[in-house]
Write a protein that binds this ligand. Structure first.
Ligand code: ARG
Ligand code: ZN
Ligand code: CA
Length: 248
């Protein structure tokens, strides 16, 4: 792509309760978080430990609601479903969901009750258009409103959009696994509460990076991507890449 990547976003809201029918302000707060986190303008970016400052990245990707669609880029549908699960029913109009809008050009985000303790989930590049996008539980969507601690800083979407842009979990989903990014340290497993780099149990001796968005810590403990993650994300938007038509 030439120049900056700006990603049009449509948010699909499925609600049974008023709390699930999140406001436009709450939706915009999530877009704002994505914009900050993907441009290293998040206020906690200055917490990046010195040992990782050389690889902490400004991804230089921004997001905007596709205001020509629905109500300011938001499509709403009421439901009597108490939860939607993780098998894409929320993306299927026949199952009471909302089909994605122009998934080849637009990032679709669904906000709904997922259930099962799942905060969100994403589809990697290269999957079916009909299910492309990310799903975020309405309780962990954006700031304020229904957002609930410790997942109330919008980082679930930052993490899930990372997957949508081809990032793996930093621990590679196995013990000392591979995330296909060289400048992220090998992690033994998911970290949930680590607040600082610590010596890994994986060899050779090195420090883990629990503050990476692709780990599993609380929202206030994650605040960085790396240059290697940036390379992996931006590659998908290049000519011939699986998301080359986003924004067109
Ligand atoms: N895919 C993860 C889950 O559903 C999301 C983890 C997001 N982490 C966070 N701090 N918001 O459990
Ligand atoms: Zn994940
Ligand atoms: Ca790595």
């Amino acid at each position: 792509v030439d120049g900056k990547i700006e990603i049009p976003v449509v948010v699909n809201v499925l609600y049974r309760t008023e709390a699930e029918n999140i406001s436009l302000a709450q939706i915009q707060s999530q877009i704002d978080v994505l914009n900050k986190d993907f441009t290293a303008n998040n206020t906690d970016f200055n917490k990046v430990p010195q040992m990782f400052s050389g690889v902490a990245a400004n991804i230089d990707i921004t997001f905007k609601l596709e205001t020509s669609i629905g109500e300011s880029g938001v499509i709403r549908r009421s439901t009597n479903k108490t939860s939607w699960g993780t098998r894409d029913a929320m993306k299927n109009a026949k199952q009471g969901g909302i089909a994605p809008t122009s998934p080849s050009t637009t990032l679709n985000i669904w906000a709904c009750k997922i259930g099962g303790g799942i905060l969100g989930y994403a589809q990697f590049p290269g999957g079916k258009a009909a299910t492309d996008g990310v799903v975020i539980d309405s309780k962990y969507f954006g700031l304020s409103g229904s957002a609930s601690a410790p997942y109330n800083l919008g980082r679930t979407a930052t993490h899930e959009v990372g997957h949508w842009m081809n990032l793996r979990h930093i621990w590679g989903d196995s013990s000392c696994g591979n995330d296909f990014v060289t400048d992220t340290p090998v992690h033994k497993t998911a970290n949930y509460s680590a607040t600082a780099p610590f010596v890994s149990l994986c060899l050779p001796t090195h420090y883990e990076m629990p503050m990476n968005y692709m780990d599993y810590t609380d929202d206030d403990l994650m605040y960085m991507f790396t240059d290697g993650q940036k390379a992996r994300m931006t590659a998908i938007f290049a000519v011939g890449g699986p998301r080359a038509t986003i924004g067109q």
